[in-house]
Ligand binder design. Structure first.
Ligand code: F6R
Length: 608
């Protein structure tokens, strides 16, 4: 989604700002822009499409400036176009960039039009520039104008603004949209994503909701929602170049798929003994709280929700706990009943997904025992606002399609399941068996990645089709859903997932020679039944691509049967995810799509 970067420096900042925009490209965007203070004017460049086009414009025009703001836009209000791209301006004096959504924009826009302001975009953001201009004209400083504007704005926002009258300072504001300050030497930055300025500093200050900050090259001042000057902690994070470069891989997604043995190791390492999970790995007091839990509620979105669906099975089998699972975007609208001693679990790679965050905030008002998040970004809002957290330590995930974030979430969620079972003194032998399985998981994933050559043989057959079905049963149904989601989001092939037993209740009508069927057939008590479901597909001309345990036998005719490495059955969902990721990637590669930044999608979905 949208990305903000701003800088006040003693050197030229144009190049730094554009480099920062490049670093945020992974978030998904449709246009980009920059505003650079040049003492007696402000250079304003915007382009529809890739940041590279903006960079080309910068190279041609060579604007020099030590104070500037820049933005990548992901359209919400108004089509992707140059006039809707940020920065937006008022009277060629005030320039702003904005992430989030201004919910009361219609009424504010109307009132500003009555005040004589003309709008040149369809966005909800432009009005912020006019509001600031209005208050500046009434004699306010930019800092005060921002507080006055904030009092009018409803919704989520991160804002950075500059004013022609001041070539030294910029002002930023945060409410429900991520924003941080980065401290350099003789320069200070602001950004919505630490990756944007990770090359420039290791020292970050994460602003809180309601904060407004004034920033110059040498100093910054933060005021909280009550306008009191406050000190916020400085966090040191080393975002190395290595973590944010593709290395020898063609795409970040490819790199992230092949990083999974190490990523899963990073999730499990230091959190288990040889045969059990360690106490309090979710935070001090978590073990004590877990002992009281009688029921679980999971909320998440997209791929993270699929991880939650697998976990619901694990919780029942290992921790003997009932689990309700909801789309985060739906949860708070269903008037949920919260049983006594319920624990809320949120799952999120970014920790900034607006719906998941809103669900947590809603749940915080309810009678939950507490909240736990499984998250990849320790500095995220979800991490800060949850009672307990386990960070997956997967490293930055840049590809829009989640890969290593998903498998590490599953590893973390298995640790949570084990911790809940342990705190209630349940199934010690099973826990020991699973911990051994978790420790050997990186090796099993490495072996699974070696299936690439076999997958390469089948990818052209899927790449030439417009539809695909994914089948799995029980704990593999969410994995089939994840496989279908991966394929559709990066290759734009329409893909659906079904529990295989549901086929004859409708979807079987779709089967013909143009419908490839990808099936997951691990060894389990339902393998035999799954094989019968697959026979039904074959009998109707469907081509089968089956990922199976060595013990499963099925004749796939001209399709393919790919034998999977073995591991503890309860951990096989993690392993069976890997070939589906590789398959989607290779199919998308053949179809020539924009794999790391698929159309219309954003990495961090910070609007509801
Ligand atoms: C799909 C994908 C999305 C995210 C979803 C939630 O590959 O990445 O479905 O899983 O937008 O994002 P997080 O996990 O950051 O809350």
């Amino acid at each position: 989604m949208c990305g903000i970067i701003a800088a006040a420096s003693t050197r030229n900042v144009g190049k730094l700002l554009v480099q920062g925009l490049h670093k945020m490209e992974y978030r998904g965007y449709d246009s980009a822009g920059i505003a650079l203070h040049q003492h007696d004017s402000i250079a304003h460049l915007r382009t529809l499409g890739k940041v590279q086009l903006l960079e080309d414009k910068m190279i041609a025009e060579k604007p020099k400036s030590k104070l500037g703001i820049a933005h990548t836009r992901w359209a919400t209000h108004g089509e992707p176009s140059e006039s809707n791209a940020h920065p937006h301006k008022s009277q060629d004096k005030v320039y702003i960039v904005h992430n989030g959504i201004i919910e009361n924009y219609v009424e504010l826009r109307e009132s500003l039009i009555e005040d004589g302001y003309e709008f040149s975009s369809q966005t909800d953001s432009e009005l912020i520039a006019h509001l600031l201009d209005l208050y500046l004209n009434q004699g306010s400083s930019m800092l005060d104008a921002m507080f006055l504007a904030k009092a009018k704005l409803e919704g989520a926002y991160a804002i950075a603004a500059i004013d022609l009258a001041d070539d030294q300072k910029l002002v930023v504001a945060r409410n429900k949209s991520p924003l941080l300050i980065g401290l350099g030497t003789d320069e200070i930055f602001a950004a919505s994503d630490p990756l944007a300025i990770g090359q420039l500093t290791n020292e970050f200050i994460f602003l809180e909701d309601g904060d407004v900050a004034e920033i110059s090259a040498e100093a910054y001042e933060i005021r909280d929602k009550d306008q009191n000057t406050v000190t916020r902690d400085i966090t040191n994070i080393d975002i190395s170049n290595q973590a944010t470069s593709k290395g020898d891989y063609k795409h970040f997604m490819e790199k992230e798929i092949y990083e999974q043995p190490q990523a899963v190791l990073n999730t499990v390492d230091g959190r288990v003994t040889s045969d059990d999970v360690l106490d309090n790995i979710f935070g001090l007091g978590s073990t004590e709280l877990f002992a009281k839990v009688k029921r679980i509620q999971i909320v998440a979105c997209g791929t993270s929700l699929h991880a939650g669906r697998v976990t619901a099975n694990w919780l029942s089998a290992i921790a003997e706990l009932p689990c309700q699972i909801d789309y985060a975007s739906e949860y708070r609208y269903k008037n949920p009943h919260v049983d006594k001693n319920s624990l809320l679990i949120t799952i999120s790679q970014s920790g900034e997904t607006a719906d998941t965050l809103a669900a947590l905030r809603y749940a915080n008002e309810k009678d939950y025992l507490g909240s736990v998040t499984i998250c990849n970004v320790p500095t995220s809002a979800l991490a800060r606002e949850s009672d307990f957290a386990l960070f997956t330590n997967a490293g930055p995930e840049i590809g829009v399609a989640s890969t290593k974030a998903f498998t590490t979430q599953l590893a973390g969620l298995m640790l949570l399941t084990l911790a809940l079972a342990k705190s209630r003194d349940l199934n010690p032998r099973l826990r020991g068996r699973i911990v051994k399985g978790l420790r050997s998981l990186p090796d099993v994933i490495t072996k699974t990645l070696e299936l690439k050559d076999e997958i390469l043989k089948i990818s052209p057959n899927l790449a030439s089709k417009d539809n695909a079905l994914f089948l799995g049963r029980g704990i593999f149904y969410p994995i089939a859903k994840e496989g279908a989601l991966k394929l559709k989001e990066i290759s734009y092939i329409h893909a659906e997932a079904y529990p295989a037993g549901e086929l004859k209740h409708g979807p079987l009508a779709l089967i013909d020679e143009d419908m490839p069927v990808v099936a997951l057939a691990p060894e389990s008590e339902i393998a035999e039944k799954l094989v019968s479901n697959l026979e039904e597909v074959k009998a109707r001309g469907g081509t089968l691509y089956v990922f199976a345990d060595p013990s499963v036998s099925i004749d796939v005719n001209e399709g393919a049967l790919i034998t999977m490495p073995q591991c503890d059955f309860l951990l096989t969902p993690i392993v069976y995810t890997i070939p589906l990721q590789i398959l989607s990637y290779e199919v998308a590669l053949l179809r020539g799509t924009d794999i790391d930044q698929p159309r219309n999608l954003a990495k961090s979905v910070t609007v509801e």
